[in-house]
Design a protein around this ligand. Structure first.
Ligand SMILES: *Cc1c(COP(=O)(O)O)cnc(C)c1O
Length: 377
C-alpha cells in the first residue's frame, strides 16, 4: 500500500507536449510563447476585465502587488493572521509592518469586525494602513461584501490572496477578481501546478506592464542595460508555463474531484459528533475545497486532532494541522494583532485531510476505516 498524501496534483498528459515545444524552440528562459499563452488561458478563465501576469511564485505575486501599491519602509499593511507565512513575508521584504487580524468562524477568514477595529485604531495612532491582504483559505471565499465595504469606506486597497482558491467564487464571480490585485500560486500542492509559479491579476494593462517591468529587473527603455528602479527576477519561465498549459486542462476536473472528496468526508463525519466539517454556509459561496478541513471537539482528550493525525500516520496517510496563525509565529509575534482567539482555537483543534485530485475509492476506504476505528464507530 502506498502513502496517501495531502494534496497531490494530477496531470492531463499534455504537459510534456508544451514543455517539449519550449525545449525544441530553445525558449528556455523566463517569459516566452508558453508564458503568453498561459496568461491568455487564465485571462479567458477570469473574464475580459482581468489582466494576468505570470510569475515564478505566489510569493512574488504578493510582493509585486505591495510594490505596485507603493508600500514602503515604515508603512503598515493589514494581513489576515490565519494563513501561510508566504502571505506575510513580503510585507517585511518592503520594510513595512504587518498588522495581523483574526478570523471569523464562518469562513475562517479575516473578520470584518476586527478589521474595522484595527483600521480605526491605526488611524487613531496616525498610521493609515497602505493595504489589506485577505485570504480565501483552503478555497473558502472570505466575506467579500463586508470586507470590501470596509476597505472602500476607508479607501484602503485589498490584495486578494487566492493562492488556494483558483476556481472558487462568490455570488458567481471568481475569487481573485474582487481586489485591487488578486494573486494565485501554482506550487506543487495547489489545485493546478507549474511546479513553482504564480500569477498577479489586475484590471488594467498599465498595471500588468508595470508588473512585468519589475518582474524582469526594471530595465529602462535603452539599448544598454539601464535601471532607475530596483528590479526583481520574478517572471515565470517558459518551461513552467508549458506545464501550466497542460495543467489548466485539468482544472475543472480537479475542482469536481476535490468537491467530491469534500462530499465523501461530509458523509463520513455526519454521525461523528466530535467532528465539525468546514463547509460553505450559504449558496453565495462556492469553494473549490482545495483541502477538506475539520475541527475536532471533544471533552475526551483521546479524541484530539493530534491523536487523529497520529492514527492516520500509522496507516501511512498524511494529514496536517491547519496553518499556525502568524501572530503566534516567533518571527511575527512582536507585531500588532487584533482579535479574539478564533484563529487560535481553529489552530488548536483543526486538521487538514487528504484532498488530492487523484484520491481513489480505495484511498477513501482506507481513510474511512481509520476514522471509524478511531471514533469506535
Ligand atoms: C501557497 C500559498 C502562497 C504562496 O505561494 P507560493 O507559490 O508557494 O509562493 C501564499 N499564500 C497562501 C495562502 C498559500 O497557500
Amino acid at each position: 500500500m502506498s502513502r496517501i498524501y495531502l494534496s497531490l496534483s494530477k496531470q492531463s498528459g499534455f504537459e510534456m507536449e508544451y514543455v517539449e515545444k519550449a525545449l525544441r524552440s530553445s525558449w528556455i528562459t523566463s517569459g516566452g510563447p508558453n508564458v503568453n499563452d498561459f496568461e491568455v488561458e487564465l485571462q479567458n478563465y477570469f473574464g475580459k476585465d482581468s489582466l494576468v501576469t505570470a510569475l515564478n511564485s505566489g510569493t512574488s505575486a504578493i510582493h509585486l502587488a505591495l510594490i505596485l501599491l507603493g508600500v514602503k519602509a515604515g508603512d503598515e499593511v493589514i494581513c489576515q493572521s490565519l494563513t501561510f507565512s508566504a502571505c506575510a513575508n513580503p510585507i517585511l521584504y518592503q520594510g513595512a509592518t504587518p498588522i495581523f487580524v483574526d478570523s471569523e468562524n464562518e469562513t475562517w477568514n479575516i473578520c470584518p469586525d476586527n478589521l474595522e477595529i484595527a483600521i480605526k485604531d491605526r488611524l487613531k495612532k496616525g498610521r493609515k494602513p497602505k493595504a489589506i491582504i485577505a485570504v480565501h483559505l483552503y478555497g473558502m471565499p472570505y466575506k467579500i461584501d463586508e470586507i470590501h465595504a470596509i476597505a472602500d469606506r476607508y479607501e484602503i486597497p485589498v490584495i486578494e490572496d487566492s493562492a488556494e482558491a483558483l476556481g472558487s467564487s462568490y455570488k458567481g464571480k471568481k475569487c481573485g477578481t474582487f481586489g485591487h490585485f488578486g494573486i494565485f500560486s501554482f506550487n506543487g500542492n495547489k489545485i493546478i501546478t507549474t511546479s513553482s509559479g504564480g500569477a498577479l491579476v489586475s484590471n488594467s494593462n498599465e498595471l500588468k506592464q508595470k508588473a512585468i517591468f519589475y518582474a524582469t529587473q526594471s530595465k529602462d527603455n535603452a539599448i544598454h542595460y539601464q535601471h532607475s528602479e530596483i528590479g526583481y527576477n520574478y517572471r515565470m519561465s517558459n518551461i513552467c508555463a508549458g506545464i501550466g498549459l497542460g495543467q489548466i486542462k485539468t482544472l475543472e476536473g480537479n475542482i469536481t474531484a476535490r468537491r467530491n472528496n469534500h462530499s465523501f468526508y461530509k458523509n463520513l463525519f455526519k454521525s461523528i459528533q466530535e467532528v465539525e466539517l468546514f463547509e460553505t454556509k450559504s449558496e453565495d459561496y462556492f469553494s473549490n475545497y482545495w483541502l477538506t478541513t475539520i475541527v475536532v471537539n471533544s471533552d475526551q482528550a483521546k479524541y484530539s486532532n493530534y491523536n487523529l493525525m497520529k492514527a492516520f500516520e500509522e496507516k501511512d496517510i498524511e494529514t496536517r494541522p491547519i496553518w499556525k496563525p502568524m501572530h503566534l509565529q516567533p518571527v511575527f509575534e512582536k507585531y500588532p494583532y487584533y482579535g479574539n482567539k478564533v484563529s487560535e482555537k481553529l489552530f488548536e483543534c483543526g486538521l487538514c485531510l487528504p484532498s488530492g485530485s487523484n484520491l481513489t475509492d480505495e484511498d477513501k476506504d482506507r481513510i474511512g476505516n481509520v476514522v471509524k476505528t478511531f471514533f469506535n464507530k
